[in-house]
Design a protein around this ligand. Structure first.
Ligand code: NAD
Ligand code: UD1
Length: 343
């Protein structure tokens, strides 16, 4: 099967490319490298020993999407491409709505034109907003709290409307919890631009000496130790979930949302401790004011994905920390040339 991967050069996309290639799929990547580097795709080739076509193009340019469909016999699409920084989305909301929503509409227009109606979409647990019940199941109310989150919520609604209009579509809405970790090779991983917003890349940059101290956003939450609790999932487990979702959309029409998480919650302090143990490095931290918009506890009820996709996250927190550290320590500057440290 030939699968188009939009945003395939990014963090989750590159790991999914590896899993797809290793499972025998043909893949085509479309990416504008807005938040990634072509080197990640070279590393995907290095890991898998398989080549694939890459198109540098923007989803906002319908012609460049169409070129991919004209030149290849695409049978399904996994759609990662989009902007993802919550804080930035508050500063430049129009760019987020334009890129994420218009980009998805243009992609679906081209898919429809070429009669490709199998789609796996990257949604996010952020669509739940402040959850009423924990663990969070897919039927919980959706109340995204940021422009970024609202783009995901709106795209989910657009895709549901698309299915209502034409029941040949088959769409999986994957609501990711908190992906961390990296491929065990240490060749691909998360390479954020500038100072990281998310916990694990911040910790690894403190560990490598790029940042001095971890700021822990509040310790008065109603949690076991007062710090925020999240459902951290290994990015390779997450990538494998896409293969299961692809099988599902290839076998039945419909539109379904799935939580991709482990179902376990870890606090910030527990993550710091697990990382220190895995990397054998002390992480200096200080408690600062809570971050605006943060919630206390968020973890998934992943039973629907287990039941309907036959998927369960397997990797534990120790492995997530070890793999995050291997990636960061071997690639202190991410994908910037010559940054790999040979050991
Ligand atoms: P990423 O930024 O690493 O990857 C996104 C990729 O899309 C990048 O390679 C970027 O260059 C590309 N891209 C962006 N806009 C584009 C456009 N207009 N045209 C073509 N390419 C474009 O992000 P990621 O962490 O791999 O996330 C992938 C998807 O999963 C995103 O949609 C994100 O919102 C969603 N998601 C991520 C997380 C997370 O914590 N990483 C959590 C929930 C959901
Ligand atoms: C953030 C996004 C969310 C997105 C998710 C995964 C916000 C408000 N939410 O969620 O929309 O889906 O990332 O990409 O940005 N923490 C610290 N210090 C830090 C960084 C984080 O203490 O320097 C804490 C946070 O308060 C939180 C936990 O670590 O309790 C995890 O934070 P983070 O990795 O940013 O993920 P989320 O807050 O879940």
């Amino acid at each position: 099967m030939v699968v188009l991967i939009t945003g395939g050069a990014g963090y989750i996309g590159s790991h999914t490319c590896v899993e797809l290639l290793q499972a025998g799929y043909e893949i085509i990547v479309l990416d504008n490298y807005r938040n990634s580097h072509p080197e990640s795709l070279k590393r995907v080739e290095q890991i898998t020993g398989r080549g694939f076509k890459v198109y540098r193009g923007d989803l906002l340019d319908e012609k460049s999407i169409e070129k991919v469909f004209i030149e290849n016999n695409i049978e399904a699409v996994i759609h990662f491409a989009g902007l993802k920084a919550v804080g930035e989305s508050v500063q430049i909301p129009l760019m987020y709505y334009e890129c994420n929503i218009n980009g998805t509409i243009k992609l679906c227009n081209v898919m429809k034109k070429y009669n490709v109606k199998n789609l796996v979409f990257s949604s996010s647990a952020t669509v739940y907003g402040v959850p009423e019940r924990i663990p969070i199941s897919e039927d919980a109310a959706l109340e995204a709290q940021s422009p970024y989150g609202r783009t995901k919520q709106m795209i989910e609604e657009i895709l549901r409307d698309l299915y209502v209009s034409d029941q040949e579509w088959s769409i999986a809405l994957l609501r990711y919890f908190n992906p961390i970790g990296a491929h065990e090779s240490g060749l691909i991983g998360e390479a954020p631009n500038g100072i990281p917003n998310n916990l694990m890349p911040y910790i690894t940059q403190v560990a490598i000496g790029k940042l001095k101290v971890l700021n822990i956003f509040g310790n008065k939450y109603p949690t076991k130790d007062g710090t925020g609790v999240r459902d951290y999932i290994h990015v390779v487990d997450l990538a494998k979930g896409h293969l299961k979702a692809l099988e599902k959309v290839s076998s039945a029409t419909g539109v379904e949302a799935y939580n991709l998480g482990t179902g376990k919650g870890y606090s910030v302090l527990e993550i710091v401790e697990a990382f220190e143990k895995a990397a054998n490095i002390k992480i200096p931290y200080r408690i600062v004011e809570p971050r605006k918009g943060d919630i206390a506890i968020c973890y998934a009820d992943p039973s629907k994905a287990r039941r309907e996709l036959g998927w369960t996250a397997e990797k534990e927190i120790e492995e997530m920390c070890m793999d995050s550290w291997r990636w960061q320590s071997r690639n202190p500057n991410g994908y910037v040339e010559d940054s790999i440290v040979l050991q």
